[in-house]
Design a protein around this ligand. Structure first.
Ligand SMILES: *Cc1c(COP(=O)(O)O)cnc(C)c1O
Length: 361
C-alpha cells in the first residue's frame, strides 16, 4: 500500500493511526456487532460516541461551561446565514472584516439579513495581509463582529484579535480549529467545517455562548435556529454520525498521542518554520503573504512564472506530494500543513523544492 503526502486544503489529510483505528472498528464497533455507520443515533452505544466527542472537544479546547457545543451539518457556509439569523436581532447591525473569499461570502450573506458593515478589507493586495483595525471605526451597537481567523485560500491569520468590547466576536475557524490553543472566552461564536483539521467532510462544529442562543429572527427555519440544536443535544434530527465518530478518534489522537493543543502548536510552528525559512532564502520560490500575518496551516507560494509553477505541481505530484496547486484566485502553489501532516512530510517537501530549485534556476 502506498500513502502520498497530501497537502490538500480540504477535505484533507487525517492521522494515519486514526484511519487504522476506524478500519479496525469498521465491521464491529467495540463488540456491538455493528459498524458506526449502521447504528441508530438514538442507541446507547452511539450516545457514548457523541458524548465523548463533545467532552473531548471541551477538554482539548478548554471550552467554558457557559458555551454550547453543537454538531451540525451544512458546512461553514451555512453558518454564514445562521449567524445573522440568530444574532442580528437587536440593533440589526454587524461588522465584518474582509480578509478573503470566505469572509466575503460571510459578509454577503449577513447583508441579506441586516446592516452588514465592512470595517476593513485587504482586497487591494489580493488578501495577502490582515488589515490593521481601528476600534474607533467599529459599530458600537453591532450585534456581532465577524472575522475569518485563518484565511485558508490566502494563507493569512489574525495573530491578535480585534478589541470589540461588549460586541460578541464571531469567528470562522474552519482551517485553524485545534491547530493551537485558543481562548474560547474571547468569542461569542466559533464555527468550523470539520473537513480541514478535525474529521472528514459532513460535520460543522459550532461553539456558542449560551446567552446568544434564543434570539433568532421569526423567519429562521427550525433547522437554522441554534436553540433547536442546543435544546436537543445536536439530535433534533439525525446528526452526521460517522463523521462525529471520526472527530472523536481525531480528538483522542490529539489528546493521547500528541499531548494536547500546546504540544500541537509546537509541532505546527516547527513545520511552518521549515517551510517559511526555506521560502525566505529561496531564489526561485517566494511566499505570497507578509511575514507578520502568515498562517500556521496554509502556506501559499509562487515562482513568479506560471509555467514553472505548473511544472512544479506536476513533478511534485509524480513524487507523491499531492494537491499542491494553489487556489484558482491566487495561482501558484499552496501547501496546507494541517495537524495530521507529519513533520517528515514537510521536510521531504522542502528537500524536493531545493532540488527543483537547483534544476530550474
Ligand atoms: C473551507 C472553508 C469554508 C467552507 O466550508 P464548507 O464546510 O465547505 O462550507 C469556510 N470558511 C473557511 C475559513 C474555510 O476554510
Amino acid at each position: 500500500m502506498k500513502r502520498v503526502y497530501n497537502f490538500s486544503a480540504g477535505p484533507s489529510i487525517l492521522p494515519e493511526s486514526v484511519l487504522r483505528r476506524a478500519a479496525d472498528e469498521m465491521l464491529d464497533y467495540q463488540g456491538s456487532g455493528q459498524s458506526v455507520m449502521e447504528m441508530s443515533h438514538r442507541s446507547k452505544v452511539y450516545e457514548g460516541i457523541i458524548n465523548s466527542a463533545e467532552s473531548l472537544l471541551r477538554e482539548v479546547m478548554g471550552i467554558p461551561d457557559n458555551y454550547k457545543v453543537l454538531f451540525l451539518q451544512g458546512g461553514a457556509s451555512s453558518q454564514f446565514a445562521m449567524v445573522p439569523m440568530n444574532l442580528m436581532t437587536k440593533s440589526g447591525k454587524a461588522d465584518y472584516v474582509i480578509t478573503g473569499q470566505w469572509a466575503t461570502k460571510a459578509y454577503k450573506e449577513g447583508a441579506r439579513y441586516g446592516q452588514a458593515n465592512i470595517v476593513a478589507s485587504s482586497k487591494d493586495k489580493t488578501f495577502s495581509y490582515i488589515p490593521k483595525l481601528d476600534p474607533a471605526t467599529f459599530t458600537p451597537d453591532a450585534d456581532y463582529f465577524h472575522i475569518c481567523l485563518n484565511n485558508t485560500i490566502y494563507g493569512t491569520k489574525f495573530h491578535t484579535l480585534p478589541e470589540t468590547g461588549n460586541v460578541p466576536l464571531v469567528a470562522d475557524v474552519s482551517s485553524c480549529i485545534l491547530s493551537e490553543p485558543i481562548d474560547v472566552s474571547k468569542f461569542g461564536v466559533l464555527y468550523a467545517g470539520a473537513q480541514k483539521n478535525m474529521a472528514p467532510a459532513g460535520l460543522t462544529v459550532v461553539i456558542i455562548r449560551e446567552d446568544l442562543i434564543g434570539h433568532a429572527m421569526d423567519i429562521t427555519p427550525t433547522m437554522f435556529n441554534y436553540q433547536t440544536h442546543a435544546d436537543n443535544g445536536s439530535m433534533f434530527n439525525t446528526p452526521p454520525c460517522y463523521t462525529i465518530y471520526m472527530a472523536k478518534l481525531v480528538l483522542e489522537w490529539l489528546k493521547n498521542d500528541i499531548g494536547g493543543l500546546e504540544e500541537m502548536k509546537k509541532i505546527n510552528e516547527n513545520k511552518a518554520k521549515l517551510l517559511y525559512d526555506f521560502l525566505d532564502q529561496s531564489k526561485l520560490f517566494k511566499g505570497t503573504v507578509v511575514p507578520e500575518d502568515r498562517s500556521l496551516m496554509n502556506v501559499p507560494f509562487i515562482t513568479g512564472n506560471e509555467e514553472l509553477d505548473a511544472k512544479f505541481v506536476k513533478e511534485a505530484a509524480a513524487a507523491d506530494f499531492v494537491n499542491l496547486k494553489g487556489h484558482r484566485s491566487v495561482g501558484g502553489m499552496r501547501a496546507s500543513i494541517y495537524n495530521a501532516m507529519p513533520t517528515e512530510g514537510v521536510e521531504k517537501l522542502v528537500a524536493f523544492m531545493e532540488q527543483f530549485e537547483k534544476e530550474n534556476l
